[in-house]
Design a protein around this ligand. Structure first.
Ligand SMILES: NC(=O)c1ccc[n+]([C@@H]2O[C@H](COP(=O)([O-])OP(=O)(O)OC[C@H]3O[C@@H](n4cnc5c(N)ncnc54)[C@H](O)[C@@H]3O)[C@@H](O)[C@H]2O)c1
Ligand SMILES: O=CCc1c[nH]cn1
Length: 483
């Protein structure tokens, strides 16, 4: 597997390089080795990408939805056929175990391309009869969309943004995270191979400055960011200054409530999926696990037992189920939170240490007896650290669950389904789970409320965020005027 890409950027249907840009090393999180190098986009590269996207947009939008959709569905087929190689690359890019990447990354990207490819031909306006007169609406593309990605799901993020944008007749310039620059280039290559005309989907590399330059450029009509809340605030403000459309998929500190009557085995599985998948680097993670006191000891005992079965090791080995953190920097941030948890009096149940091996490995970590005011219960950690908090009754736990600036996701485990629906209705969160956690099928809207975001990805809802409605009044008779 060659991890050095052909060139840093993919613009106007071809790989493009400009070595004048600041070098960005690609580091394999499992070893700390440099496995590739790209260069940050120079102003000339940004200009080239935006001009290409602008130039391609009208002709792409003029194609029928069926034609655009066929290309997206062909791209989905290519992505599925190359799942193994794309998953190996995703593992090099992120350090996530192949056991995960082979089922959750290119597959999720392909799902988005297939779903929005299928939907492209169905995008229509409506007819509104007003006596003899009538109004019709046209669903039109926004124009040039900029996508900016986080590092945890590089293939998925590039596809979740690209697929609905292209289905609606927009073109895209996508900037991956500087930490994981490899996979988006493959998404661009595949779309081009599937028949997307040059300029329809472009990738440029860079840090925040490149993202900021894209967001404020007058050639851009919409910005979709996946990233942290602080970055979201900056990007939203810059986009608002020029009245651009936005989608903000940001961070969270989501609650997972486990009632006494829950099935312990399923609740433990849910809590593992909510905290340790992708080594805890999932935006929607339920990291505040509220456990009713009657089930607490059984839950903690079984959780500790199950975490002992995690296979921590070489992420390219299909047997490995738990990999390293994405970077040394992220590992140090998480180590800082673990130290804070201990300093502030939380009880370390298991984990807490860095593994004595190359790469950025931390043990799956569980704190119990966490209280609402502790730092580990208030701030997004984005690592494998679960905070277990006690609770007694439903009203109390719901109020505590909602006592946060975030609102991305929330989950509940209980056998009492009336209670489950009541609790979910009370959650201040955009993406909720009953007796499950972290499922993200393309058919379901995904996104947050409060500081966790604006807009939705996936599902029919995404179409609203990549298109606009034009309304046309048609008078069938004479026009009356006062003078
Ligand atoms: N809600 C979701 O769907 C979702 C999904 C994945 C990750 N996330 C969130 O992403 C965060 C982790 O990712 P991260 O550390 O890469 O986030 P980040 O905010 O540091 O960076 C995200 C992206 O924004 C770019 N960027 C930084 N400053 C910018 C600026 N001023 N203008 C434009 N672009 C700028 C970065 O280069 C990167 O590509 C976590 O908070 C996580 O919860 C959210
Ligand atoms: O990281 C956030 C997006 C996501 C959630 N589940 C899979 N991907």
């Amino acid at each position: 597997m060659h991890t050095q890409p052909t060139a840093s950027h993919f613009i106007n249907g071809a790989y493009v390089e400009d070595t004048a840009g600041t070098p960005i090393d690609v580091i394999y999180p499992a070893t700390g080795e440099v496995i590739g190098r790209v260069h940050s986009a120079t102003p000339a590269i940004i200009d080239h990408a935006l001009n290409a996207a602008r130039a391609a947009q009208a002709a792409w939008a003029a194609m029928t939805g069926t034609e655009r959709g066929r290309i997206l569905r062909r791209a989905a087929d290519i992505m599925r056929a190359r799942n193994h190689d794309l998953s190996v690359l995703e593992t090099f890019d992120t350090g996530k175990p192949y056991q995960e990447t082979s089922v959750a990354d290119a597959t999720s990207g392909a799902d988005a391309l297939e779903y929005f490819g299928g939907m492209a031909a169905t995008l229509t306006g409506e007819h509104i009869q007003l006596g003899d007169d009538w109004v019709y609406t046209r669903r039109e593309p926004l124009g040039v969309c900029v996508g900016i990605g986080a590092w945890n799901y590089p293939t998925q993020i590039a596809s979740w943004k690209g697929a609905p944008a292209l289905a609606c007749g927009n073109t895209m310039v996508f900037k991956p995270s500087e930490t994981t620059p490899l996979c988006a280039l493959k998404v661009a290559e595949i779309l081009h191979e599937a028949g997307a005309p040059a300029g329809v989907y472009n990738v440029v590399q860079g840090l925040g400055d490149v993202g900021a330059a894209l967001v404020s450029d007058s050639r851009v009509d919409k910005v979709s960011l996946t990233g942290s809340v602080p970055t979201g605030r900056k990007v939203y403000a810059a986009a608002a200054a020029e009245m651009k459309h936005v989608t903000m998929e940001l961070g969270g500190k989501s609650p997972l409530i486990i009632f006494d009557d829950a099935d312990v085995e399923n609740a433990v599985s849910g809590a593992i999926m909510a905290n340790f998948y992708s080594s805890g680097q999932v935006c929607s993670n339920g990291t505040r696990v509220f456990v009713q006191t009657g089930i607490k000891e059984a839950f903690l005992a079984r959780l500790t037992e199950r975490l002992g079965k995690a296979v921590i090791g070489d992420p390219q080995d299909p047997e490995t189920s738990f990999g390293p953190m994405v970077s040394e920097g992220q590992m140090k941030i998480v180590q800082g939170y673990i130290a804070k948890g201990q300093d502030e009096g939380a009880r370390l149940v298991t984990g807490g240490a860095r593994l004595d091996r190359d790469g950025f490995y931390l043990e799956p970590t569980v704190f119990a007896d966490v209280t609402d005011g502790m730092t580990i219960a208030r701030e997004e950690i984005f690592g494998p650290v679960m905070a277990v908090l006690d609770f007694e009754d439903e009203a109390e736990v719901l109020a505590r669950a909602n006592d946060t600036e975030f609102g991305l996701a929330a989950g509940v485990f209980t056998r009492d389904l009336a209670r489950a629906h009541r609790v979910v209705a009370g959650f201040e969160a955009g993406t909720c789970f009953i007796n499950s956690y972290n499922d993200a099928p393309v058919e379901a809207p995904f996104g947050g409320v409060k500081a966790s975001g604006v807009g939705r990805e996936n599902s029919k809802a995404a179409i609203e965020h990549y298109s606009q409605v034009k309304s046309v009044y048609v008078r069938m008779g004479d026009v009356e005027a006062p003078f």
